[in-house]
Design a binder for this molecule. Structure first.
Ligand SMILES: Nc1ncnc2c1ncn2[C@@H]1O[C@H](COP(=O)(O)OP(=O)(O)OP(=O)(O)O)[C@@H](O)[C@H]1O
Length: 214
């Protein structure tokens, strides 16, 4: 079931950031949120995640079976927490454990996802000894291991070189191909080119403005 944002408005003091924005995010697609800094990309992701309440408007996320349970949501950003005293493997395995995998299964799933994100060399390294870019990829790997139906990524390639960026894009693409709803706030042209759809948030300053360009 899609994520549906309807008539979302947010202001911080006098500054109106989102003004009656509506958008639907379908399963199996990557949507890139694009705009210069300050147009509310992160704010929209935070509202979809439920981290922040809009002044007006609603977000509905219905689980695949049509029930009321909110489906799992992964959040990936540069500040995604990594447990400092646990290894990269354990950090990623937690994603699989969170969906009910056994410890043994989780370690296999973690190994697979560490490899696909180019993290084999640091799999036994404690979280606190990982670089910023490695932590960011651990967060992506954990999200892949968790197989959440919704993945919200705020500048997921910000600390990464071109090779690592490609691995993150490939992972997010694979998640979407498996049915996930992937929404990415990004300034990175390469990430945006990999998306199925781009929403230009700087063209959305009036209610009922056209919501997206392909
Ligand atoms: N908690 C807050 N209190 C006050 N202002 C805020 C708050 N959160 C965000 N803002 C402001 O709202 C605007 C939108 O912020 P947001 O982080 O959503 O933009 P963005 O498009 O993601 O920017 P960037 O590309 O720099 O990450 C900015 O002007 C920001 O300063």
């Amino acid at each position: 079931m899609p994520v549906v944002a309807t008539d979302i408005s947010v202001a911080f003091g006098e500054r109106r950031v989102l003004n009656g924005m509506s958008a639907t995010f379908e399963e199996g697609t990557i949507t890139a949120l694009r705009a210069p800094s300050g147009f509310g990309k992160s704010t929209l992701l935070a509202i979809i995640a439920g981290h922040q309440k809009p002044d007006a408007g609603t977000v509905t996320i219905t689980s695949a079976d049509g029930g009321d349970d909110t489906p799992g949501i992964s959040w990936i950003d540069q500040a995604s927490p990594v447990f400092p005293h646990r290894t990269a493997t354990d950090n990623v395995a937690m994603g699989a454990l969170s969906r009910g995998a056994t410890r043994e299964e989780s370690l296999t799933i973690a190994a697979h996802n560490l490899t696909r994100l180019g993290l084999d060399d640091v799999r036994d390294r404690a979280g606190k000894r990982l670089s910023g870019g490695e932590r960011q990829r651990v967060a992506v790997a954990r999200s892949m291991a968790a197989e959440t139906p919704v993945i919200l990524a705020d500048e997921p390639t910000a600390s990464l070189d071109a090779a690592s960026r490609g691995l993150v894009i490939d992972a997010l693409r694979a998640a979407a191909d498996a049915g996930a709803i992937v929404i990415i706030a990004t300034h990175d042209d390469t990430v945006a080119e990999s998306a199925d759809r781009i929403i230009r948030m700087d063209t959305l300053d009036t209610p009922s403005a056209p919501e997206a360009t392909a």
